[in-house]
Design a protein around this ligand. Structure first.
Ligand code: GLU
Length: 408
């Protein structure tokens, strides 16, 4: 019997999105390492610390107690209560467990919120540079991302004037991320209040406040979030957070939010038709993360701050690299425009930031992510959520690579 090979046609929606560059380059780095290459991967935003023992212990206890079945879509009651308590205690939000929702990572919260609200023709304002997945989730939902510059000239933050210029009656959402991935820039309460004043003139606009890097704020900086600074806007804000970055629990996949209840109903409808609930065992681990001792966060923060200083200093010593000091998160986003239009020691033409990171990976085994993936060419993102040994090794290799660049 002859067999005709079936050609698989992907959906039109798949044609609207790109693979995630952060996830893709990190997978590439893992693959090269598995092939025996000496790779220093600074491409993924993932703390190198182990998940703290009491959190793992809570997961073991949950398994032993048979907490291995489906849960409510929005999460187990204990976790929603712990989330509400965290938002009240740390952020001053006026919320109850019913205002809170749990999903498989922050990404699923974003998917749920955007897919549940967007239609073709709708617009979502995304400050640039942005985390790679925001615009593509918007596009997947059939809506249009509208980019607003938040470049180095304004400390990688959107100004009230720039925000006003892009808002219209088509705008459904504004996405804010502070401290920011990829730049580490963080908005102060006064800056959020100024953005809030603009938003009051556009009552139909919802805001996604992605606070996933909340606990990673340096130099004694105080964290602020929009729903806290402007409580009158809270009924249109999704305050998004999760345990991945703060508690080094990236693989456990727990994100959570506080949001208006009508929106949560839409998100629950969608999640009930996709993953149903976040992993039950991970939810119990997250209860421990949020309610247990938070003491180690202070120590981790100071380790990250030292790494930040080491990386900023090391990069600024390399001719052609210009690196601002980030307020938080664990990324730097230096400019490398002066290094473009060159040829690497290995003979690669370095026309773009993508050429730069690809040649650096091939020739020196350091994995970074190109700025263009975050909407701003002429930069790269380096995650310093790695050991000091890896960071100093990477700085040395980046220095060697840059010193080897010759005029084209
Ligand atoms: N958010 C992290 C990053 O930007 C993890 C990978 C991802 O989901 O993008 O590296």
């Amino acid at each position: 019997m002859s067999h005709t090979k079936t050609s698989i046609r992907l959906s039109v929606a798949m044609g609207r999105i790109q693979p995630s560059a952060t996830v893709g380059i990190s997978q590439m780095a893992r693959q090269l390492a598995a092939e025996g290459r000496d790779i220093i991967a600074l491409s993924a935003g993932e703390p190198d610390f182990d998940t703290p023992e009491p959190i793992k212990e809570a997961a073991r206890r949950a398994m032993d107690a048979g907490k291995t079945k489906y849960t409510n879509i929005a999460g187990i009651a204990e976790l929603r209560e712990a989330v509400a308590d965290k938002f009240r205690r740390e952020n001053g939000l006026d919320v109850a467990a019913e205002d809170c929702f749990v999903a498989s990572g922050g990404k699923q919260i974003i998917f749920n919120a955007l897919m549940a609200t967007l239609d073709p023709g709708d617009e979502v304002v995304v400050p640039v540079p942005y985390w790679v997945s925001y615009p593509d989730i918007v596009r997947l939902a059939g809506a249009t991302p509208v980019f607003a510059s938040a470049g180095a000239d304004t400390g990688f933050k959107i100004t009230p004037e720039k925000l006003r210029a892009v808002l219209s009656e088509r705008t459904r959402w504004l996405i804010l991320n502070s401290p920011s991935n990829p730049t580490g820039a963080a908005y102060g309460a006064d800056e959020l209040a100024a953005l809030g004043a603009v938003l009051r003139d556009f009552p139909g606009v919802l805001v996604l406040s992605d606070d996933i890097y909340e606990h990673l704020l340096y130099d004694g900086g105080t964290f602020a979030t929009l729903a806290q600074v402007c409580p009158d806007l809270a009924d249109r804000v999704v305050t998004l957070n999760g345990v991945s970055k703060a508690y080094s629990m990236t693989g456990w996949r727990i994100g959570y939010c506080a949001a208006p209840r009508e929106l949560l109903a839409g998100m629950a409808k969608l999640q009930g038709q996709s993953t149903t609930n976040a992993c039950s065992i991970s939810q119990w681990a997250a209860v421990e993360a949020l309610t247990g001792s938070q003491d180690f966060l202070t120590e981790w923060r100071s380790i990250f701050q030292n790494r930040r200083d080491m990386v900023v200093d090391g990069l600024n010593r390399i001719k052609g690299i210009e690196c601002l000091v980030p307020d938080g998160a664990f990324y730097v986003f230096p400019g490398i425009s002066d290094l473009l239009g060159t040829v690497s020691a290995g003979g690669a033409a370095i026309e773009t930031d993508e050429d730069f990171v690809m040649a650096l990976l091939a020739e020196q085994g350091v994995a970074l992510v190109h700025g263009k993936a975050f909407g701003l060419s002429g930069h790269f993102r380096l995650s310093y959520a790695a050991s000091e040994k890896d960071l100093s090794g990477a700085l040395e290799r980046i220095g060697v690579f840059c010193a080897g660049l010759k005029a084209a």
